[in-house]
Design a binder for this molecule. Structure first.
Ligand code: 5GP
Length: 216
C-alpha cells in the first residue's frame, strides 16, 4: 500500500522500531509488514552471531566476524548497536540514511537498547512498538516449536525474556501477540496512522494553501 495523493508527496520517512523477547513473533510481523508496503524497508543488522539453519547472509543479517564488527564501530558505521545474548548486533547507518532521505520508511527488528539509542538520536522520527507474548508458557512453546536453537540457548533466552519485557513502558505502542492476524492488523494500523501524522507530511502545507485559494 502506498499513499499516492500529491498532498502526501515529499513526506519525511519514519523509523519504526519493533522489539520483543525472542519468540514473541516480532520477526514474522516485521517481515509481513515490509512485504506488504513498498515504501517500507527492513534494516538488515550486522551481527557476530553464527547463522541459524535456513538463515542467509544479507537476508536475515549481515553475518560478520568480531573484527569486522569492531572495524565498523571504529568507522562510526552504526546508527545504534548493542550486545545481546553475548553477541554484538548493530544497524548499519548508510542504507538507513539513504532510505530516509528518499522519503522511505525503515523498520528495525532490534532490542530495547537499540530502540533507546535511536529514540535519543532522532525522537521525532521514531515510532516504537513492543510485542508481548500472551503468556510465558506460550513463549516457551514457541521457542521450542521454532526448533532453531539448542535447548540450553532457548533456556538462556527465556531467562532473559522477563528482563526485556520489563522495558515495555519505554515504547509508544504495545501489542499482545496472541493471534497473528490480529496482531498484524494492529501493527499495520499503527504504521498507517503514524504515516499520516501532519509533521511527517510537509507537502500538506502547499496542498492546503491550494485548497484555500481554489475558486469554488
Ligand atoms: P536473534 O539472535 O534472535 O536474531 O536476535 C537477538 C536479539 O537481538 C533480538 O531481540 C533482536 O531484535 C536483537 N537485534 C537484532 N539486530 C539488532 C541490532 O542491530 N541492534 C540491536 N540493538 N538489537 C538487535
Amino acid at each position: 500500500m502506498s499513499l499516492i495523493h500529491p498532498a502526501y508527496q515529499d513526506r519525511r520517512g519514519l523509523m519504526l522500531v519493533i522489539s520483543s523477547p525472542s519468540g514473541a513473533g516480532k520477526t514474522s510481523l516485521s517481515r509481513h509488514l515490509v512485504a506488504d508496503h513498498a515504501d517500507l524497508s527492513l534494516s538488515i543488522s550486522a551481527t557476530t552471531r553464527a547463522p541459524r539453519p535456513g538463515e542467509e547472509d544479507g537476508r536475515e543479517y549481515h553475518f560478520v566476524t568480531r573484527e569486522a564488527f569492531d572495524g565498523m564501530l571504529v568507522a562510526d558505521a552504526f546508527l545504534e548497536w548493542a550486545e545481546v545474548h553475548e553477541h554484538c548486533y548493530g544497524s548499519p547507518k548508510a542504507p538507513i540514511l539513504q532510505s530516509l532521505s528518499e522519503g522511505r520508511d525503515v523498520l528495525f527488528d532490534i532490542d530495547w537498547q537499540g530502540a533507546q539509542q535511536i529514540a535519543q538520536s532522532a525522537p521525532d522520527d521514531v515510532v516504537r512498538v513492543f510485542i508481548l507474548p500472551p503468556s510465558m508458557q506460550d513463549l516457551r512453546r514457541r521457542l521450542y516449536a521454532r526448533a532453531q536453537d539448542h535447548a540450553d540457548v532457548i533456556e538462556r533466552r527465556l531467562g532473559r525474556a522477563k528482563g526485556e519485557i520489563a522495558k515495555w513502558d519505554d515504547y509508544d505502542y504495545v501489542i499482545v501477540n496472541e493471534d497473528f492476524d490480529r496482531a498484524y492488523a494492529e501493527l499495520a494500523h499503527i504504521y498507517h496512522a503514524e504515516r499520516l501524522k501532519r509533521a511527517r507530511n510537509p507537502g500538506l502545507t502547499g496542498f492546503v494553501q491550494g485548497l484555500l485559494t481554489e475558486d469554488i
